[in-house]
Design a binder for this molecule. Structure first.
Ligand SMILES: *Cc1c(COP(=O)(O)O)cnc(C)c1O
Length: 422
């Protein structure tokens, strides 16, 4: 039996394997809850991007916020990727993982002066700037350092990516980017600022996008701007088309990355922009289906209206269901023969929003291990210590090999920096 999204995750007999590793063995050895990622699955997700972009100037900048474990960054750095970062913390992670700051694009709507300075000093490739106010501050910070910061403006193409409102970023009502109508004037303003060198244009219209159409619409809007900006005498070196490609959580059918990119490049060529370097900032589509969250069943609590399956992972470990009512597949890592019952899979946290899945048919008993699927993106990076719960351990597998890439967080470390008052 294969599961949605990943050829690397499959039952062999009754046991669920990721690559060549039996998942129930991992919980026995490393405890629960536990994030497990497949390096092969990550590289396999990157391959179609690289294949489609081969032979033309390009850079795939992995969007770190999807999964920022150092070993994940190391994997992508070694595969030639750059990185899309949104904080100085993420820049430090790139450096700690051996990534090249010269391949980093610095995104985000609210960079501080300190973050700008760190980015300039590290030699990041480009700042994606989201407002006139930010342009001015960045120019000032760069000038004070005797430097010029390379910038591209993030424009808001005002297209509907057809995704959840919380992860849609390319509409007029969103806080992101510079409005299409203001973009040309903002480029002109940028060109006058002494601390800046304008090198590109950028857009990112949302996340978990499952259609090609909004991408093509956004691209057309961006190309219109590139033509207008160059006509006004400002050369645009690269176009950054953002990230956002969706994955299959259940029955979504997003385009394959090479199909999406192929169509975008075709449009770029048809409009005479084929010489331009293109950047992409994929996050979820590189890691989402490369990982699972394993969690042990603590208690079964059948009831009159609902049956609850109480597990030891919670909304602090995996926030997507509570935050977006996101659906994530849940399976037992040991397939059982008996017919299933319908359960709400819930965690121990004191919130009614603390559920991982609702109305799931599962054959399950206390002590079983469940796998929450497609948990490689926006899982661990959104985890918190709510209810003073230490964050899960993380493992990477490749074939039969297993590495601990983050130790389980000890309770003591959770309040180490707190002080009693005297
Ligand atoms: C979050 C984000 C991405 C990555 O989005 P995915 O949907 O994970 O591919 C790329 N660029 C920017 C600016 C982002 O904020």
């Amino acid at each position: 039996m294969t599961l949605p999204g990943s050829p690397f995750l499959a039952y062999r007999g009754t046991d669920l394997f990721l690559d060549d590793v039996r998942l129930s063995d991992l919980v026995r050895q490393h405890g629960s809850p536990l994030y497990v990622y497949s390096r092969r699955a990550m590289l396999a997700a990157l391959a179609p991007y690289q294949k489609a972009l081969k032979g033309r100037p390009h850079l795939v900048c992995y969007a770190i916020k999807a999964n920022s474990n150092l070993a994940v960054l190391q994997t992508f750095a070694q595969a030639g990727c750059g990185f899309d970062i949104v904080s100085a913390g993420e820049l430090a992670r790139v450096q700690a993982a051996g990534g090249d700051p010269g391949k980093v694009v610095f995104s985000g709507v609210g960079k501080t002066r300190a973050e700008m300075q760190l980015g300039i000093e590290a030699g990041v490739r480009c700042f994606n700037v989201e407002s006139t106010a930010e342009l001015e501050v960045l120019s000032e910070v760069a000038s004070r350092l005797g430097r010029q910061a390379r910038v591209s403006l993030r424009v808001n193409p005002d297209v509907d990516a057809g995704t959840h409102p919380y992860i849609s970023t390319g509409l007029k009502g969103n806080k992101f980017g510079i409005a299409h109508e203001e973009a040309l004037a903002t480029y002109k303003r940028a060109a006058t600022l002494p601390g800046l060198e304008v090198v590109g244009i950028d857009c990112h219209i949302g996340s978990q996008i499952t259609d090609i159409a909004p991408y093509l619409d956004a691209l057309d809007r961006v190309l219109d701007l590139v033509e207008a900006i160059e006509a006004a005498g400002m050369p645009i070196h690269h176009m950054d088309l953002g990230g956002g490609l969706g994955i299959t959580y259940t029955d979504e059918t997003p385009p394959a990355a090479d199909v999406l990119i192929g169509q975008l490049l075709q449009r770029i060529d048809a409009r005479g922009h084929g010489h331009r370097e293109v950047l992409f900032e994929p996050g979820r589509s590189l890691v989402g289906n490369a990982g699972v969250l394993l969690t042990e069943v603590l208690f079964l609590k059948p009831g009159e209206q609902k049956n609850f399956c109480v597990v030891d992972a919670a909304m602090n470990d995996l926030m997507r269901p509570a935050l977006y009512e996101a659906y994530m597949g849940i399976v037992n890592v040991n397939q059982r023969a008996e017919p299933g019952q319908v359960w709400d899979v819930v965690g121990p946290v004191c919130e009614s929003g603390d559920w991982l899945g609702r109305d799931r048919t599962l054959t399950v008993k206390a002590g079983d291990v469940l796998a929450v699927l497609s948990a490689g993106a926006y899982g661990m990076t959104m985890a918190s210590n709510y209810n003073t719960r230490g964050r899960a351990a993380e493992l990477m597998v490749d074939g039969a090999q297993v590495w601990v890439i983050r130790e389980r967080e000890a309770v003591k470390s959770l309040f180490e920096e707190e002080r009693l008052i005297k």
